[in-house]
Ligand binder design. Structure first.
Ligand SMILES: Nc1ncnc2c1ncn2[C@@H]1O[C@H](COP(=O)(O)OP(=O)(O)OP(=O)(O)O)[C@@H](O)[C@H]1O
Ligand SMILES: [Mg+2]
Length: 511
């Protein structure tokens, strides 16, 4: 007997003004399967998800749930139909406990035998609520305390709370839109266990990711989308990664050429001396030379992003100094960092890197205002020219360059932040997780751009949690652990094992 089809969406279409986000979307979800949904940035994955979530109404298409035709008029209808969506960064109520978040608006009440009407003095039955939450976490195999306040939970734990909530609502279709993008490797492993538990209980999980290794490690079937259209669906085992990439980008991707090591690094541009921020990092010293790409590797929480933020002046530091081109930065502030020639692509690009209601081209031009300004006026023509160059180079999918950046897909927003800084050609460029959320086709282009910048003499400091990226792109690798620099590896000496063992402290490598 073939497994039950829980949900089927056919020929779904959705346009926003002139932008056709979805032209012919299609997905079929079966009980007990983990189904991957992959495609380039802007392919229409999140739009399809929002149709299943009842957030968007499709312009055309047919939806069937448990074999019956259905319409999801809003999020409540989707929930009642047994569909739950887990977003990359869940929005929990920070002041409520884990259990309260799971049962918000429908808490079990004490004395429930007293009749069907809610009496004013009836209190929430906390014990019952906690028992139910604990039972669900037990099923998922996650030791999460239902009584703990949600504020301060890691993103990974917040996702588990949302998944628990989905189960408490008897959701049978669970949709996860890039759930692993902001997780550490250990957290990804735990999420995979939770997903496998969901699958064992007969749920269908729709799993979106830009990391193909996750698709092959976790998923049973895969659907590929391109330009808002369904391209293929099949068993994961029937495809190689190259097959999927070809289907996603619609062409063969060139093998990435190894980085041509130029004439060796030039003069030291960035010098960081004994930088310390209490509770975050201690005594961090290193240099980056012109033409060099230095990677800052380590586990999530090792203090890498904190160091980057301090260098750029977003966070203060308690001791130490940052010097650019021989001149010491007097104050820790982004303004003085930028004036000294430092550019910064932050990890949390949506919050820190973009002005959401400004257009794509304004955002791209934002960091380069100085260059584009003439007689006090930003020349609209050069702004447009610059933005369209970058849109082409990074394959930024958007309707018009004058559209607000908020209307772009997640990955395309990230590309805009990259363009903004790459276009400025700073003396020092700090990039934090430069390819997170970026599709496979553009990843290689981002790596090429970083290499080009280095060749042109920019000193690049790159933070990345992806070892292949660290090993493939950088000249030198610094490893941080628990707020300290613990190892430095030259490109020739660096292997995944060497970086990992330094990051985890399994072997002492002199810094
Ligand atoms: N509210 C909106 N208004 C205008 N255009 C939109 C809106 N939402 C999405 N789009 C457009 O629809 C297209 C598909 O976007 P969608 O978010 O579905 O892509 P995605 O496959 O999830 O991409 P990513 O991998 O980057 O998350 C994009 O070109 C995007 O700009
Ligand atoms: Mg998306």
């Amino acid at each position: 007997m073939s497994p039950a089809v829980l949900l089927e969406l056919r020929h779904a279409a959705k346009a926003f003004g002139a932008v056709r986000a979805l032209a012919d979307g299609e997905i079929e979800l079966r009980a007990g399967e983990v189904h991957a949904l992959v495609g380039e940035n802007g392919a229409g994955k999140s739009t399809l998800v929002k149709i299943l979530a009842g957030v968007h109404q499709p312009d055309a298409g047919a939806l069937a749930i448990n074999g019956r035709e259905a319409r999801l008029h809003g999020p409540a209808a989707a929930r009642d139909a047994g569909i739950a969506v887990i977003y990359q960064e869940p929005a929990l109520f920070g002041d409520l406990t884990v259990a309260e978040n799971m049962f918000v608006g429908r808490q079990p009440l004490r004395g429930a035998r007293g009749g069907r009407f809610r009496l004013p003095d009836r209190r929430i039955d906390r014990a019952a609520m906690h028992d139910q939450a604990a039972e669900i976490f037990g099923r998922l195999g996650v030791p999460l305390d239902p009584a703990v306040i949600a504020r301060g939970l890691s993103i990974a734990d917040q996702q588990v709370v949302e998944i628990g909530k989905a189960l408490s609502l008897d959701a049978r279709v669970i949709v996860m839109d890039e759930p692993t993008a902001a997780l550490s490797a250990a957290e990804v492993d735990r999420l995979f266990d939770v997903v496998r538990a969901l699958k064992a209980h007969g749920a269908a999980v729709l799993f979106i990711s830009h990391r193909l290794e996750e698709v092959f490690a976790l998923c049973d079937r895969v659907t590929v989308m391109r330009d808002g259209r369904h391209v293929l669906t099949g068993d994961v085992g029937d495809f190689t990664p190259a097959d999927l990439v070809r289907a996603m980008v619609g062409r063969e991707l060139a093998e990435r050429e190894p980085r041509a090591t130029g004439g060796g690094p030039g003069e030291t541009v960035l010098r960081v001396e004994r930088l310390t921020r209490e509770g975050a990092f201690t005594d961090v010293s290193f240099t980056v030379a012109a033409g060099e790409i230095v990677a800052l590797a380590g586990l999530v929480g090792a203090g890498r992003s904190e160091v980057a933020r301090a260098i750029f002046g977003i966070d203060r530091y308690d001791a130490g100094a940052v010097t650019v081109g021989g001149a010491k930065l007097k104050r820790a502030s982004p303004t003085s960092a930028m004036a000294a020639g430092i550019g910064f692509v932050p990890e949390d690009r949506r919050q820190q890197g973009l002005v959401m209601d400004m257009s794509v081209q304004q955002n791209v031009a934002l960091a380069s205002l100085g260059r584009l300004r003439k007689a006090g006026l930003i020349r609209a023509a050069s702004e447009r020219g610059m933005a369209s160059d970058w849109a082409a180079r990074l394959a930024i999918a958007c309707g018009r360059l004058t559209d607000p950046v908020a209307t772009l897909s997640g990955g395309n927003q990230q590309k805009v932040v990259l363009a903004k800084w790459l276009g400025r050609r700073p003396a020092v460029l700090i990039v934090d997780e430069p390819t997170r959320g970026i599709d496979v086709g553009t990843k290689a282009e981002v790596h090429r751009l970083l290499a080009d910048l280095a060749r042109e003499g920019v000193a690049v400091l790159m933070i990345s949690s992806e070892l292949p990226e660290v090993l493939g792109v950088s000249d030198r690798i610094l490893v941080m652990r628990e707020g300290r620099l613990v190892a430095e590896l030259a490109r020739e000496r660096a292997t995944e094992e060497a970086v990992m063992s330094a990051a985890m402290g399994t072997r002492e490598v002199p810094a």
